[in-house]
Design a protein around this ligand. Sequence first.
Ligand SMILES: *[C@@H]1O[C@H](CO)[C@@H](O)[C@H](O)[C@H]1NC(C)=O
Ligand SMILES: *[C@@H]1O[C@H](CO)[C@@H](O)[C@H](O)[C@H]1NC(C)=O
Ligand SMILES: *[C@@H]1O[C@H](CO)[C@@H](O)[C@H](O)[C@H]1NC(C)=O
Length: 369
Amino acid sequence: MKSACLSLLLVSVCWALPFRQSGFMDFMIEDEQGSGSPMPPTRRPPVQTPPVLTEEPEGSFCPFRCQCHLRVVQCSDLGLKNVPEKIPLDSTLLDLQNNKISEIRENDFKGLKGLQTLILVNNKITIIHAKALSSLINLERLYLSKNLLKDVPANIPKSLQELRIHENQITKIKKSSFAGMANVIVMELGSNPLSSSGVDNGAFADLKRVSYIRIADTNITSIPKGLPSSLFELHLDGNKITKVTADSLKGLKNLSKLGLSHNEISVVENGSLANVPHLRELHLDSNMLTSVPAGLPEHKYIQVIYLHSNKIAAVGTEDFCPPGYNTKKAMYSGISLFSNPVPYWEVQPITFRCVFDRSAIQLGNYRKK
Ligand SMILES: *[C@@H]1O[C@H](CO)[C@@H](O)[C@H](O)[C@H]1NC(C)=O
Ligand SMILES: *[C@@H]1O[C@H](CO)[C@@H](O)[C@H](O)[C@H]1NC(C)=O
Ligand SMILES: *[C@@H]1O[C@H](CO)[C@@H](O)[C@H](O)[C@H]1NC(C)=O
């Protein structure tokens, strides 16, 4: 029955149990059913009506002005001040972005056991009731970016795989914020007013499967401690990090991309790179480094290293490549060194003997004043 309804959806309007319909279809229901009391769904010939998708095939209502289709409830850009009522209980995706919702109340999502994706981006949310998310036992993606939240919401379902909560007012990531969230794969926390102590030690420790963490454009001054060993990409650009300690990267055996551009890093401790043996890309441009980080020649996989816009005054022939022409090392495909005080004509060409192609090196351009 359901699939029959779905396939008819575009040529006709298929509804099963209209009970208190609102909108222009009212008279048709009256016509066909008379009393308006619920009737069991019946097959009927296609009716030539405009394709206005106001009903779900299963007989639940679609909130006023939203569109419901294939268990997707689309209520974006409607100026809504609250989460609408009567969201079909079998919905899998609820899109409420670009509205004016300021609060998520305790029962706003009650019974939405099948919901997998909840989009609340670009509202005015300051409060999410501590129990509001508890009923979403199958939630996988929660998008809360561009709101006014001061905290990570409590009781995020353990099923969650992706949390995007950048551009809020969060000042602190507490150790309890992500407790037990073993299914998270993607975590986006950037552009929040986190300061030096804004991330508790071990705040991410329970994220045993996390592959991507981004905490860019905040004011944290160090790399968060106790990052999970499953991490594949770590983006910490645009912060106030002053130092890369070897310790902070310990155990990140799968880390492949590390973004640390636009920080205030003057030191990369010796041993840091040895702790991330599978690193392929390292972005350290726009920092305060005075030398090329140690450990590059011994590093087997690194292929891209951005060091432009630092204070590097000298580059040695052993800074990037192992002695001689050791081919166990992956060739570099990108090295940038421009906007450093080193006079580029003083850098020996042999320095780049393990670079794939000359065009992979960006060297010149430094202007002193
Ligand atoms: C970081 O600090 C600066 C000045 O201390 C402030 O102007 C800026 O808004 C802060 N950024 C964030 C994302 O909190
Ligand atoms: C590292 O990556 C491999 C291959 O993708 C995966 O099998 C392994 O579980 C990962 N290690 C951790 C600690 O997640
Ligand atoms: C870094 O540490 C290694 C091993 O401890 C040592 O051999 C090497 O000289 C050190 N490099 C620098 C630049 O301190």
